[in-house]
Design a protein around this ligand. Sequence first.
Ligand code: SF4
Ligand code: SF4
Ligand code: FES
Length: 254
Amino acid sequence: MARQLTFRIFRYDPSDPGSKPGFVDYKLEETPRLNLFVALHRIREQQAPDLQFDFVCRAGVCGSCGMMINGRPTLGCRTLTAELPTTITLAPMPAFKLIGDLSVDTGTWFRGMSERVESWIHTQKKFDPTAEEERMDNETAEKIYELDRCIECGCCVAGCGTANIREDFLGATALNRIGRFMLDPRDERDSEDWFELVSTDEGVFGCMGLMGCDDVCPKELPLLEVFAYMRRRMTEVARGKAKPDAGTCLPVIN
Ligand code: SF4
Ligand code: SF4
Ligand code: FES
């Protein structure tokens, strides 16, 4: 017999002065292979036409459907109700500005992060549009790709105690992005250039290392290893031992 599911959903519209935050229950009969993407659309079609949530790709690629599912930041589109108990509590991810109900503004947060990290290749080389594309060895390209798989879903930020209490904390996704540029031989920033941003409490030394981010990352990025590597490099800079090309040998991304 099909299970009767109760979706306990956080409802609040910050743009409506009459709206009060709270949880509202919606009932739904479970169907085979039901995931939260389908379940929330059914609830919106049949019971709550003004319910706000975000889905785009439905395939774990766009990163728009992060939400707190029974207290854990997770992608809604990749979550089957069969994996959950019959009462499913859904809330918006903390650390991001609430748009309404389950929808949060991760875009502004990630744009701010990209600007702080200066998330582009820094080089003194003059761009020549007629030049042949520079080659990169496969091993380096694969290591960069491993970190580039981040879909900017925000689950690691929502699951991070430090990011939730300190707005200035870079967070796992920014540190991962920095690791990605450290690996890239086209980027001419060296350890000393990164030191001011990364070696502070806002950076890798503000991280408590409890690895909530690593636990919840839906793409299973090697965040733990990236942080360990970064700590070591920053410590080397402090001791005056850093080599400018050290970023090309992140040892943990095999
Ligand atoms: S390990 Fe660091 S970045 Fe990850 S959740 Fe903990 S404090 Fe946040
Ligand atoms: S590091 Fe993982 S959890 Fe964090 S934004 Fe990227 S994909 Fe999402
Ligand atoms: S809808 Fe794109 S990741 Fe879930």
